[in-house]
Design a protein around this ligand. Structure first.
Ligand SMILES: Cc1cc2nc3c(=O)[nH]c(=O)nc-3n(C[C@H](O)[C@H](O)[C@H](O)COP(=O)(O)O)c2cc1C
Length: 304
């Protein structure tokens, strides 16, 4: 197998992929995932206080998308911080996802509360805060939260963006300018499903986040735009199901990718086999397209 390792904003990854935040909700599961061919593992988003999430049903799916409203159920920083001390370090780089539901001071508090039990922080700016504002929809707020996170750690800082914006390049630039080492995206798209016979939205929360294969073209478009806007590396994802999808994200500009919905509910042993095949298939695509290393693929779709 060709060398699939990448250096990305201060992180060394043996494989150019990782799980998406929220797909494995416990640290023992992430520890198990480390046994397989993954470049890094990512926690579910941690907030300061524990949040229980929305009333069920919180999930709807079709063959090509998932709609979920579980994203706002988050473990609090106190409990998770203690647990992280027991599990850190892991066999692969551990990326801890954090989000503030109030202001930027909370970002600092959460990161400092984790006491360095992580290899990188992923700042999730896609949640609405108590003022009902989504940080990542506002360049100024993104700047404030990124600066606060930057001030709280010297380790690599990833800022994960929402696609629910007019110009994702502008938000990516604000994060880069404020100290992000890596941009990640995309988080879920806002959406709704209607139960025709009940004549009302399927989810109790009415709206949810759309993920899975249906959002891949949106993700590819966002990564393409971010690549043209910033000079820092990108972790891309949204709807990835196979090595061809990974190659597409890389050619749009991603130096590494994340995989979410494809793994949801998949038994761990199958994930091991999936990752093995992903590596082999990506090597074949690299050979067919004349790439010797991952770097040779990144952003080539811009060279028109
Ligand atoms: C059930 C579920 C829970 C999620 N929880 C989080 C989360 O805690 N933090 C976060 O940043 N993204 C969360 N996401 C979004 C994913 O990390 C990812 O950005 C999105 O699903 C798109 O990738 P995919 O199509 O490969 O799933 C969640 C997605 C799903 C489906």
């Amino acid at each position: 197998m060709a060398d699939l390792s990448v250096e990305l904003g201060g992180l060394h990854l043996d494989y150019p992929w990782m799980n998406a935040s929220g797909i494995f909700s416990t640290l023992p599961l992430l520890e198990k995932l480390c046994e397989y061919k993954t470049g890094a593992v990512v926690t579910k988003t941690i907030t300061k206080e524990e949040r229980t999430g929305h009333e069920t049903p919180v999930f709807a799916e079709s063959g090509c998308y998932c709609l979920n409203a579980v994203g706002f159920s988050c473990p609090g920083m106190y409990e998770t911080g203690e647990e992280l001390c027991d599990f850190y370090p892991m066999e692969r780089p551990l990326i801890v996802s954090v989000a503030s539901l109030t202001d930027e001071n909370e970002v600092k508090e959460i990161i400092e509360g984790l006491e360095g039990s992580f290899d990188a922080i992923e700042l999730n700016v896609s949640c609405p805060n108590v003022y009902k504002k989504i940080i990542g929809q506002d360049a100024k707020l993104t700047e404030k939260h990124t600066k606060a996170a930057r001030g709280a750690t010297k380790k690599p800082l990833i800022v994960k963006l929402t696609p629910n914006v007019t110009d994702i390049g502008e938000i990516a630039r604000a994060a880069e300018y404020s100290g992000a080492d890596i941009i990640s995206g995309i988080n879920t798209l806002r959406g709704m499903a209607i139960d025709v016979y009940a004549k009302r939205p399927v989810l109790t929360n009415r709206f949810g986040g759309v993920s899975g294969p249906a959002i891949k073209p949106v993700g590819i478009g966002c990564i393409y735009q971010i690549y043209e806007a910033v000079d820092i590396p990108i972790i891309g994802g949204g709807g990835i199901c196979n090595a061809m999808d990974v190659a597409e994200y890389m050619m749009a500009g991603a130096g590494a990718v994340f995989i979410g919905t494809r793994f949801y509910g998949m038994p761990m042993e199958r994930i091991g086999n999936f990752l093995e095949k992903l590596g082999n298939d990506l090597c074949r695509i690299m050979e067919e397209t004349g790439a010797e290393k991952i770097e040779d693929m990144v952003g080539v779709a811009h060279e028109l």
